[in-house]
Design a protein around this ligand. Structure first.
Ligand SMILES: C[S@@+](CC[C@H](N)C(=O)[O-])C[C@H]1O[C@@H](n2cnc3c(N)ncnc32)[C@H](O)[C@@H]1O
Length: 379
């Protein structure tokens, strides 16, 4: 099976062969773990197992329509205005922190990197280096093709340097990090894991656990939720390596009181395939994205533990408007304008998506993106 995406030929393994191979690999790991795998480990294998996991195989993933074989669309894939406006914030942060490098985590097809680099050039701010860190080898190949004209400036790294100085960005990367599932059943907290069913395929099994959500959930009703040990460890590691600089993460999610609201009793874990959403990560493994919303309070606390200060926290609409969305929209033709407007519309990406800004080793400042509508006090 093959498709063309961004002029790149994507050769895809037959879906059933891919799923069978990945299921076999996961089943081996379940067997080695005495029959029960915590969900975060299952999610790590389903998304990142080399060659087979969703982000490690060659399926199309990113795109506007299911007809291209893609599963979902992200902001930089929707409109270049997203990266252009983020670049305005990056440019300011480079100046304010006195640093000269940009680091991007989870760069997808390279669309955001291209938009940021083009806009930085237009603003006359040329970083010394733009480094991409992505756990997906196949996506790295797509990024290299897309960013070929920035050869020499763009580099790829597998790990953080001992001393990081620069401005970090990451769009929809925290939501792709494996989460643990907690389930309150009959008033007792369980960790949800994955088992092999005798009839084939995978099933759920809950085990009593000392783990708890970061805040009490009012009531005694059954309640399923996620905790984000890996995402928060990622932020702490970033802070430990960062000597001087700033970081901006954009993703869907909420602060803690909204995340662990008693009424949100089904959690936020969902899968995306061919632009449809479902809540069953145990089927079509390797063929669909698995994702959970971000607990931005947990992100902020992990960041502060690691020496960051929070520069600001707001929704995507406010952030982009603060960075200059209005004049950008005015300058666009109707079609591209409609796409760019989705970035800020409340029922599209404007409210569910949030932006958190962090700074370390430099004086915090009234950062451009948070000048109006800052909600740090709500975290
Ligand atoms: C939903 S995609 C977003 C891609 C891109 N930022 C965009 O907006 O189109 C998630 C990306 O995060 C990457 N990723 C997940 N965990 C990561 C980690 N720990 N470090 C770096 N990249 C990671 C995935 O490989 C993938 O490229």
């Amino acid at each position: 099976m093959w498709t063309f995406e961004d002029n790149v030929l994507i050769v895809t393994t037959e879906p059933s062969i891919l799923t069978t191979a990945l299921e076999t690999r996961i089943a081996q790991e379940i067997a080695a773990a005495d029959g029960w795998l915590p969900f975060d480990r299952f999610m790590a294998l389903a998304l990142y197992e080399p060659g087979l996991g969703y982000y490690a195989n060659n399926t199309a993933k990113f795109g506007l329509m299911a007809s291209s074989g893609s599963d979902f669309v992200t902001a930089p894939e929707m409109s270049p205005v997203f990266g252009q406006l983020l670049a305005a914030q990056v440019a300011e942060a480079l100046v304010r922190t006195g640093t000269r490098q940009v680091w991007e985590f989870g760069a997808g097809t390279g669309a955001l990197a291209l938009q940021v680099l083009d806009e930085l050039a237009a603003l006359g701010v040329r970083p010394d280096r733009y480094t991409i860190v992505d756990v997906s080898g196949t996506l790295r190949a797509r990024q290299q093709l897309r960013l070929a004209r920035y050869g020499g400036l763009v580099h790829w790294a597998d790990a953080l340097p001992a001393r990081l100085e620069g401005v970090v960005i990451g769009n929809e990367v925290l939501d792709a990090m494996p989460v643990q599932l907690l389930q309150r059943l009959g008033g007792a907290w369980h960790e949800r894991g994955v088992v092999r069913r005798p009839e084939g395929g995978f099933g759920w099994q809950d085990r009593l656990t000392p783990l708890r959500p970061p805040m009490d959930i009012e009531g005694e009703h059954d309640y399923l939720t996620e905790i984000h040990a890996q995402g928060e460890a990622f932020i702490r590691t970033l802070g430990e390596h960062m000597v001087r600089g700033a970081a901006f993460f954009i993703d869907y999610g909420f602060g803690e009181s909204e995340y662990y609201h008693p009424q949100r009793h089904m959690g936020t874990l969902v899968c995306h395939r061919l632009h449809k959403v479902d809540d069953d990560p145990l089927t079509d493994v390797g063929l669909k994205d698995i994702t959970a919303h971000v607990n931005f309070t947990g992100t902020a606390v992990a960041a502060q533990d690691a020496g960051f200060e929070v520069l600001g926290y707001t929704n995507q609409a406010h952030f982009l408007i603060n960075c200059g969305l209005g004049p950008k929209l005015d300058a666009l033709e109707q079609g591209p304008r409609a796409m760019a407007a989705k970035l800020m519309m409340e029922h599209e990406m404007g409210e569910l998506f949030k932006v958190i800004g962090l700074v370390k080793g430099a004086e915090p400042w009234d950062a451009l993106g948070f000048v109006r509508g800052d909600r740090t006090h709500r975290l």
